[in-house]
Design a protein around this ligand. Structure first.
Ligand SMILES: CC(C)(COP(=O)(O)OP(=O)(O)OC[C@H]1O[C@@H](n2cnc3c(N)ncnc32)[C@H](O)[C@@H]1OP(=O)(O)O)[C@@H](O)C(=O)NCCC(=O)NCCS
Length: 216
């Protein structure tokens, strides 16, 4: 059955950020978590990048005006997701998106903390704030997926109550592009986590679920 949006959640596009009164501003764990706006996108465009095998998360493409225009155009049309940034001392230090219309359930994705803010609990605190907010709105079970080479992310998700329920082979265009550029034998951190199938690279991912509070 398609996922139902809880009545208490207002889906708000980033285009409406700053003018939509119901747009969530989640406070807690030393962070403010709120919708992306133009200033936050500019900050994210200047974040440090990791490159392979995490290129899909890098936001530097937003430095190109044409790509920024294309991206904000998409955000303006998007009515499936909340795109949120974690803010600490007026600086964007992390981001996370929630898809309220995924067939698998309320789906958390795009969890990203740039290298310069890593290892200070930003991801943990950002997700604690988000999960707490979703729980108060009776969102029920939450879902996310993690690439099997992303050991650190998986540890965080497990500490927050997510457990792997399924393994999938997934096509990730950015990872596929990276792997095509790299000579064989230089797949380092993803060795054993990727396979070439039907003409493209796929990555092993774990689907993880976190039951609604009070449910097993
Ligand atoms: C994975 C990622 C989001 C983690 O972000 P982060 O902010 O560094 O994560 P945290 O600081 O919360 O946790 C990382 C470690 O720092 C520790 N830590 C350090 N200071 C901390 C603090 N003040 N509070 C809580 N934890 C802290 C955590 O315990 C954790 O330890 P562990 O690696 O032994 O489990 C980030 O590395 C990233 O963006 N990676 C690339 C993209 C990616 O893989 N995203 C996930 C896709 S599913």
């Amino acid at each position: 059955m398609p996922n139902q949006l809880p009545a208490s959640i207002q889906l708000t596009t980033a285009a409406a950020a700053g003018i939509e009164p119901e747009a969530p501003v989640i406070m807690g764990h030393g962070l403010q978590v709120r919708l992306w706006d133009g200033d936050l996108l500019l900050q994210m465009s200047a974040w440090g990048e990791r490159g392979f095998p995490f290129s899909a998360f890098d936001m530097g493409f937003l430095k190109e005006p044409a790509r920024m225009a294309e991206f904000t155009g998409w955000l303006g049309r998007d009515n499936r997701h909340l795109h949120l940034a974690a803010i600490e001392a007026d600086r964007a230090v992390g981001r996370v998106s929630v898809n309220f219309r995924d067939p698998a359930g309320i789906y958390i994705w795009g969890v990203h903390v740039p290298p310069e803010y890593e290892g200070r609990g930003v991801c943990t605190r950002m997700l604690q704030a988000l999960l707490g907010w979703l729980d108060t709105r009776d969102c029920g079970e939450l879902v996310l997926s993690v690439n099997s080479f992303a050991h650190g992310a998986r540890r965080i998700y497990e500490r927050l109550g997510f457990a792997p329920v399924e393994t999938r082979w997934q096509f990730d265009p950015a990872l596929d592009a990276d792997l095509r550029r790299l000579p064989p034998g230089q797949h380092g951190p993803v060795e054993g986590h990727v396979r070439f199938s039907l003409g493209r690279w796929e990555v092993r991912t774990f689907l993880m679920r976190r039951p609604a509070p009070g449910r097993k």
